[in-house]
Design a protein around this ligand. Structure first.
Ligand SMILES: [Zn+2]
Length: 372
């Protein structure tokens, strides 16, 4: 019975949105009469932001935006609405320069201060290793030796650490060995679509591992939880072959499709790792971090009054005015990098952003497309 009621509500919602705000709604139905439309507009504005939220003019000066335009798009619930379509250069030089080209996965015995950091949740730490919260610094061969002794087959017969490009791991669930995952940058641009007006959901939608979450104002895709050593959110990998998937100290890495992506918020990694991402020099502010895939804005660790946000919901968001919005607006806050473990469905995972959407996100096939 509850399911039927819920579906009816969604149908009503769809009718309201299609009738009042959106052109070309699902390809069907004519316009209603004037009185009906007036009532629909009133009802819809209570459901959807009455103003455009995303503004590419608020992106930072280092964002490499090649183009942006307003286009029609489809949300997961089937609603057709307007999106801002933004095409980004794939690998921001300011971020890549921050690591001075240091490998995320050093070879055994190589000491690199700026090497990757990965989420270790596969058991007790039995040796003395640099550690921050639930993160390990991936500094040198000690890490690989520790993992090997803990049951991960990450050192090959020749004594070398197994390091692999995620583009070459064709069937991750079937891989026989553990690898340190290190991507290769490509020149392919990334096109993303964010709704200009968020549409709230009745029930929050949980993010999955590596899923596209939104866009950072530095012109970088933000992604869902970084995979953990026990196989990510769903825990599908057997422990012996689970892979360290390190991020740099800005919280980013190059994924299988060759573009740089953030898994932790640079606003929070900078103070934790005591080293700077050049684009976020003052992480303690209530800066606009970006926009989520559902259109809601994402902010740094503080509110505009300089205080830690209060009354955050399960998606790390709440409704309050911000520097950019005088009228109160729902917005997310980034999660602290040293305290980002969220437990869902019995599995822990690491997220630098939200673990769920409060609004209907753009459907996956339209939300992020890599040009080839
Ligand atoms: Zn806030």
């Amino acid at each position: 019975m509850a399911v039927i009621v819920s579906m009816e509500l969604r149908l009503v919602l769809a009718a309201l949105v299609c009738g009042a705000l959106v052109s070309g709604c699902g390809g069907g139905g004519g316009d209603g009469d004037g009185d009906a439309n007036e009532a629909v507009i009133f009802a819809t504005r209570a459901l959807q932001e009455p103003r455009d939220v995303i503004d590419v003019g608020l992106f930072s000066t280092i964002a490499q935006v090649r183009s942006s335009e307003r286009v029609e798009c489809t949300l997961e619930g089937g609603f057709r609405t307007d999106c801002l379509q933004i095409t980004l250069a794939p690998n921001p030089p300011d971020y890549l320069a921050a690591t001075s080209g240091a490998p995320l996965c050093p070879v055994i015995g190589q000491f690199v201060r700026e090497s990757g950091v990965f989420f270790y949740d596969a058991g007790a730490i039995t040796v003395d290793l640099p550690r921050i919260g639930n993160l390990l610094l991936n500094l040198e061969g000690n890490i690989y030796n520790f993992l090997e002794s803990s049951g991960f087959d990450i050192i090959d017969e020749d004594g070398n650490a197994r390091i692999e490009d995620p583009a070459n791991i064709l069937d991750p669930d079937q891989t026989l060995f553990s690898f340190c995952v290190q991507g290769t940058p490509s020149d392919n641009a990334v096109t993303i679509r964010i709704p200009v007006r968020p549409l709230p959901l009745q029930t929050a939608r949980t993010l999955t591992s590596n899923e596209f979450y939104g866009v950072h104002v530095d012109g970088i895709p933000m992604m869902g939880p970084v995979p953990s050593m026990t196989g990510g959110i769903d825990g599908t990998l057997p422990p012996a072959v689970a892979k360290p998937t390190p991020v740099d100290f800005c919280g980013g890495r190059i994924g299988a499709e060759g573009f740089y992506q953030l898994h932790l918020a640079p606003e929070n990694t900078t103070p934790v790792f005591s080293t700077g991402c050049p684009a976020r020099p003052n992480p303690g502010q209530a800066l606009l971090t970006g926009y989520a895939r559902d259109g809601y804005p994402v902010y740094g660790p503080l509110d505009s009054n300089g205080s830690a946000p209060e009354g955050l919901d399960e998606c790390n968001g709440h409704t309050l005015s911000t520097n950019e919005f005088i009228e109160p607006i729902y917005h997310y806050h980034v999660r602290p990098a040293d305290n980002s473990v969220v437990v869902a469905g019995g599995n822990s995972f690491l997220t630098g952003f939200s673990s769920c959407f409060k609004g209907d996100p753009v459907r996956a096939s339209e939300a992020l497309v890599v040009d080839n």
